[in-house]
Design a protein around this ligand. Structure first.
Ligand code: SAM
Length: 289
């Protein structure tokens, strides 16, 4: 197996193919062998797993996944990498590469088609310029056992944040609605070529099989979350009144009281079940409810 993470191997390989990194495609390739190996090990991928990898690059994580998984399906948008991947991962019979933009894929259909009889998992060193849309698509697909990704450290902290902290955001609630996050380890900029300006971190999101809360209307729930964080320094009543103009100030105050909260409560301190209580009070007051 070609040691793609070895800089003495990688540089001539890239030069031989006239390959230049594309900043626009978020191309920072791993040059520290312990990183892709640890991602593959910590993700829990084994022969029962069908793994969707996003952005194989020149194949460092792909190799480690192929060594462990039942099947790997890797989606890469940059076709210039074709001849390089042929050399670095061409030997694996459990690998299929799709030359596509992951954001244009029907992920559910892909998982059903490629991973029949296997435990679907997602694993990737993500292109950072599209971290949120990719993660959102992976979680909303609701078909993976777990999603293990390398992202910018600040994003990982935001995903795993607790209510009331500075990192807690609408994206935190979105991710924790679908999955339970666990921060795994940090990766310094020195582990990449070219070096990014930020520190990275690997995080795993274990998808919830059941949600331990009742939400009457998912759309109302996410509108409440959005409204709360749109005015995070203000009282929740202000956020709700502006996010739900049909309630007005008085209606927003009524909802907050009926859900059992103090009139001065701030949205950024609420947990998911608490957001659910607010959302359900709004849903109950809607015409036709
Ligand atoms: N996995 C490799 C590694 O760890 O060294 C490369 C990771 S690099 C951070 C991100 C990869 O995602 C690049 O290979 C890039 O071409 C690819 N990529 C960027 N945008 C993409 C998209 N929309 N769909 C699929 N792949 C994409």
């Amino acid at each position: 197996m070609i040691q793609v993470c070895d800089i003495q191997v990688m540089k001539p390989l890239l030069a031989q193919h006239g390959f230049h990194f594309s900043k626009a495609k978020g191309q920072n390739f791993l040059i520290a062998p312990w990183v892709p190996e640890s991602i593959a090990v910590e993700s829990g991928v084994d022969e029962t797993a069908g793994v969707l990898e996003i952005g194989p690059g020149i194949g460092s994580l792909t190799q480690q996944l192929c060594l462990r998984a039942g099947k790997v399906c890797a989606v890469e948008v940059d076709t210039r990498l074709k001849p390089i991947l042929e050399l670095t991962v061409g030997e694996f019979s459990n690998l299929e590469i799709l030359w596509k933009d992951v954001l244009k894929l029907d992920i559910n259909a892909l998982v059903q088609e490629k991973f029949a009889g296997l435990r679907p998992m997602a694993c990737a060193n993500l292109p950072y310029y599209i971290t949120s849309p990719i993660l959102s698509a992976l979680l909303e697909a609701e078909c993976f056992d777990s999603v293990t990704v390398m992202v910018q450290k600040e994003v990982a902290q935001r995903i795993a944040a607790a209510p009331g902290t500075a990192d807690y955001s609408a994206f935190t609630v979105f991710c924790q609605y679908y999955a339970e996050p666990e921060l795994l380890f940090e990766v310094s900029a020195h582990c990449f070529l070219p070096q990014p300006k930020v520190t990275s971190a690997v995080i795993t999101l274990r998808t919830r099989k059941e949600r331990p809360w009742d939400i009457l209307d998912e759309e109302v729930f996410f509108r409440v979350v959005k409204a709360s964080f749109a005015m995070r320094r203000k009282k929740l009543s202000n956020g709700l009144a502006s996010g739900f103009p049909e309630l007005g100030k008085a209606g927003a105050a009524e909802v907050i009281a009926a859900a059992g909260f103090d009139a001065n409560v701030r949205g950024e301190t609420l947990s998911i079940p608490e957001f659910a209580r607010i959302a359900n009070e709004i849903t109950k007051r809607r015409p036709g409810a």
